[in-house]
Design a protein around this ligand. Structure first.
Ligand code: PLP
Length: 381
């Protein structure tokens, strides 16, 4: 081989070894991963078709079904961010011209609209002010008007901190012969969720919030009804990477290579899910509720107001109104610089109006609530 005559050395920079500050991540996610999850992440690698990895894949599927309370055979983690799992639900089930009705009451409803449109859906929106939720009656009226093939709702709207009640929505969807798609990114592992009981056909989530794992691998589940729609497609799934008719062959009996699975992230997710099963869902949901109530009380004691009505507030994400005359960005920056605590500002319509405080997964702990309230008190003085 001829040696290259000239190597461009411009980008050959000797950066120092990586060091990061010990942040307490109390924003909308990612939240800090459980130490056991981080330990699992560093375990030695095996191949993605190794018998021991295949067993681990099965274990992840089982534990995901527990966390989501579903028996759906097609329950897998997508290799990618929550947005990849979100896109997978639409890419697989939307065919050009399908009417997709999206409940928009925050930033992530808009993302669903954007994505569904890109897959050729005839997108219809039902709108609500940011921070509110849809009543069953409003959903029924919209199903009646639009007769969609798919109804998409965000269970836990991270931009507003509101929890969309889902009980009975699945039954309505069956009455109107449509599939129910639910975003559970900020609810899985922290907020009560009963996918099968509530008749949810498609759901996606992420690893970095209620499951207490780093980001990069994202749960997805499709009910037999949704899989049937996928199999009935007249057109191929327009996204190769997220095509579940291909990916599911790797996760099913065939174990056919599709793309290389994120081995170490799978170890991490398995450990995160093992922790969910170890704690038990009822206990875990209660822990999130107890800690957030402590937070709400503390915020009220500081003279602050939550944006969402108590009944619909999420236990995982709280939006707090920034008081008149207070520089919200400066407060968040001071919490980060002086206390190593991350909280976030508002998104979209709520930009500059609220702070977003997350208590998710491993981070939903009493001591974190106390530390944050103390720091916030000092910064606001
Ligand atoms: N949906 C909701 C409700 C979210 O909060 C997020 C991220 O915060 C997403 C979807 C997208 O997830 P990701 O950022 O992991 O792609």
């Amino acid at each position: 081989m001829n040696a290259p005559t000239e190597i461009n050395e411009t980008h050959r920079v000797q950066f120092p070894q990586l060091d990061v500050p010990p942040r307490l991540l109390l924003g909308p996610g990612p939240s800090n991963a459980h130490p056991r999850v981080l330990q699992a992440l560093t375990m030695r690698q095996v191949g993605h078709l190794d018998p021991c990895f295949i067993q681990l894949m099965n274990e992840i599927q089982t534990l995901l079904r527990y966390a989501w309370q579903t028996d759906n055979p097609l329950t897998i983690p997508v290799s990618g961010a929550g947005s990849a799992a979100m896109e997978a639900t639409l890419a697989n089930t939307v065919e050009p011209g399908d009417v997709v009705l999206v409940g928009v009451k925050g930033y992530f409803g808009h993302r669903l609209v954007d994505m569904a449109g890109r897959y050729g859906a005839d997108v219809r929106k039902m709108m609500k002010p940011w921070g509110q939720v849809f009543s069953l009656e409003e959903i029924r009226e919209n199903l009646e008007t639009h007769r969609p093939a798919i109804l998409a709702l965000v269970h836990a709207e991270t931009s507003t901190g509101a929890r969309q009640p889902l009980e009975d929505v699945g039954e309505l969807c069956r009455e109107y012969n449509c599939l129910l798609l639910v975003d559970t990114v900020t609810s899985l592992g922290g907020v009560p969720l009963f996918l099968d009981r509530w008749g949810v056909d498609m759901a996606y989530s992420c690893s970095q919030k209620g499951l207490g794992c780093p980001p990069g691998i994202s749960p997805l589940t499709l009910s037999p009804r949704a899989v049937e729609k996928l199999h009935r497609r007249k057109t191929t799934v327009p996204n190769w990477y997220l095509d579940m008719s291909l990916v599911s062959k790797y996760w099913g009996d065939e174990r056919t290579y599709h793309h290389t699975a994120p081995i170490n992230m799978s170890y991490a997710l398995r450990e995160a899910l093992r922790l969910v099963a170890e704690e038990g869902l009822a206990e875990r949901w209660q822990r999130h509720q107890d800690n957030v109530e402590l937070l709400w009380q503390g915020l009220e004691d500081l003279g602050l107001t939550c944006h969402v009505e108590k009944e619909y507030r999420l236990p995982t994400l709280t939006t707090v109104r920034i008081p008149e005359g207070v520089d919200g960005k400066a407060v968040a920056r001071q919490l980060l610089d002086e206390y190593n605590i991350e909280i976030a500002g508002g998104l979209g319509e709520l930009g500059g109006k609220v702070w977003r405080i997350g208590l998710m997964g491993f981070n939903s702990r009493r001591e974190n609530v106390v530390v944050l309230l103390e720091a916030l008190d000092r910064v606001l003085q």
